[in-house]
Design a protein around this ligand. Structure first.
Ligand code: MG
Length: 156
């Protein structure tokens, strides 16, 4: 069994959609990013790539490449899922924490787990999601940024 860690942070700005775990969460701000800026999906991508010893999301899908501009990050997840299959690696479990001051995310977790699991062709029960605030401190606490941490285990 191998494990990998992933982390991502995006600045938040008004007038942008907040996409997290592949779904749109109603909010008045959203991430600034080349793709949809989905921090949760990006952190999970890096955790899976780390566990596979296959590099990182920035190398595979560089933000200098126009083909990734504005795309759904679920595309990255699907492609990484295929890389794992080619390498005969199976996802054991994914755990993640999203760090944001607002909005409340727990009500959206079932839908996120469903969408993420579908992209990876695994069961929603293999994905656990958590949310934390930053207690009002730092850029995240001031609502200027959103971050996510993830860990994944892979089995041969
Ligand atoms: Mg990112």
């Amino acid at each position: 069994m191998t494990s990998g860690i992933g982390y991502d942070l995006h600045r938040l700005a008004g007038g942008r959609k907040l996409v997290l775990g592949g779904i749109e969460v109603p909010f008045d701000k959203g991430p600034v990013g080349h793709s949809d800026g989905d921090v949760l999906t990006h952190a999970i991508c890096d955790a899976l790539l780390g566990a596979a010893g296959a590099g990182d999301i920035g190398t595979l899908f560089p933000d200098t490449d126009p083909q990734w501009k504005g795309v759904s990050s679920l595309i990255f997840l699907e492609r990484i899922g295929k890389v794992l299959t080619q390498r005969e690696l199976h996802i054991g479990h994914i755990d993640a924490v999203i760090v944001t001051e607002k909005p409340k995310l727990a009500p959206h977790f079932p839908a996120m787990r469903e969408v993420l699991a579908k992209a990876l062709d695994i069961k929603p029960q293999q994905i656990n999601l958590k949310a934390k605030t930053n207690e009002g401190v730092d850029a995240i606490g001031r609502g200027e940024a959103i971050a996510a941490h993830a860990i994944a285990t892979l089995e041969p």
